[in-house]
Design a protein around this ligand. Structure first.
Ligand code: ADP
Length: 253
C-alpha cells in the first residue's frame, strides 16, 4: 500500500469509472498463455498478463531433494518463486527474501490440495516460477502458469487453478490490480480457486475492506477466474493440437 503524500497519489479512477489504463472495473488485463515453451522441463508455461511476464517449469513426481523432506505417505510439493533482478524498475536484490519465501509457501500449499499427492509417496513435485517482468499480481500469474505447466507435464490434478487479485481502489472494488493500483489502493486480495468445485486454494489480503466489500470481491474474483480458466484450457488445446503450433491462447482486455 502507498506510503507517500496524498498529493502524489495518481488518480486511480476517473469520473466515468475508467481505470488508470482505461479498463473498466471488472476488466482483466490482456492475458496470453503459452503451454510448453521450454524443452528441458517436464512441463512449462509462459504467461504474459498485462506487463507481467512469468515462466513456470515443473518436474515430478521425482526423487526428493533434500532427502530429509521425503514423506512416507505422500509426495511433497515444493515451489520456488523468484523475481529476477531485472523484473522491476528499481533493481531487486537477487536471491531469496521473505516475500519470495512466503509466496513460494502459499503456492506450494495451494497445489498440494489439487495434486493427487497420496498416489506418489516418497517423491517430490517441483514447481519453479521465474518472474521476468513484474507489474503486480505476479503470485497469481505464477499460479496460472504453474497449473498449465503441471498439466503440460501430465501430472494428475483435480483441475487447473486460475488465480487473480481483486482489490479496492478509490473506494471501489476492481478486478486484477496493476502496479499503481496495488501501490496506492486500499486493499489487495489475491485468490486462486478450483473452478469445478469453487474451492479456494489461495486467499490472502493486504489492506482493509468491509465484510460486504469482501463478499463482492470474492464474487468478482470467481468471475475473473472463470475467464482465466478458459484461456488456460485453450493454451493446452493449442499445445496438443495436431495442426501447426499456435502462438498462444489469449484474452483481450
Ligand atoms: P504480487 O506481485 O503477487 O502482487 P506484491 O503485492 O508483494 O505481490 O507485489 C506487488 C508488486 O510490487 C510486484 O508485482 C512488483 O511489481 C512490485 N514489487 C514487489 N517486490 C518488489 C521489490 N523487491 N522491488 C521492486 N518492486 C517490487
Amino acid at each position: 500500500m502507498g506510503s507517500i503524500g496524498a498529493k502524489d497519489v495518481p488518480q486511480l479512477l476517473d469520473a466515468n469509472g475508467r481505470r488508470i489504463d482505461g479498463r473498466g472495473l471488472e476488466d482483466l488485463r490482456p492475458l496470453r498463455i503459452t503451454a510448453g515453451p521450454l524443452q528441458q522441463a517436464e512441463g512449462s508455461a509462459f504467461v504474459e498478463w498485462g506487463d507481467n511476464k512469468v515462466m513456470a517449469a515443473v518436474y515430478g513426481p521425482r526423487e526428493v531433494h533434500p532427502r530429509h523432506l521425503q514423506q512416507t505417505t505422500k509426495a511433497v510439493v515444493q515451489c520456488k518463486y523468484n523475481m529476477a533482478a531485472f523484473s522491476v524498475d528499481e533493481r531487486k536484490r537477487p536471491g531469496l527474501d521473505r516475500r519470495s519465501q512466503e509466496i513460494s509457501k502459499v503456492i506450494a500449499e495451494a497445489f498440494e490440495s489439487v495434486l493427487f499427492v497420496e498416489e506418489y509417496p516418497r517423491t517430490s513435485i517441483d514447481i519453479y516460477i521465474e518472474v521476468l517482468q513484474a507489474n503486480a499480481g505476479t503470485r497469481c500469474a505464477g499460479v496460472v502458469a504453474a497449473s498449465v505447466a503441471l498439466a503440460d507435464a501430465g501430472i494428475p490434478m483435480v483441475d487447473l487453478v486460475p488465480a487473480v487479485a481483486v482489490g479496492k481502489v478509490a473506494g471501489t472494488i476492481v478486478l486484477d490490480l496493476k502496479k499503481e493500483e496495488d501501490n496506492y489502493g486500499e486493499a489487495d486480495l489475491p485468490m486462486a480457486l478450483v473452478p469445478r468445485s469453487g474451492r479456494l486454494v489461495l486467499l490472502q489480503m493486504e489492506g482493509h475492506m468491509t465484510r460486504d466489500e469482501l463478499k463482492r470481491s470474492l464474487d468478482l474474483g470467481v468471475t475473473g477466474c472463470k475467464k482465466i480458466y478458459e484461456v488456460q484450457k485453450q493454451a493446452l488445446r493449442d499445445r496438443y493440437a495436431v495442426s501447426a503450433p499456435s502462438a498462444g491462447a489469449e484474452v483481450a482486455a
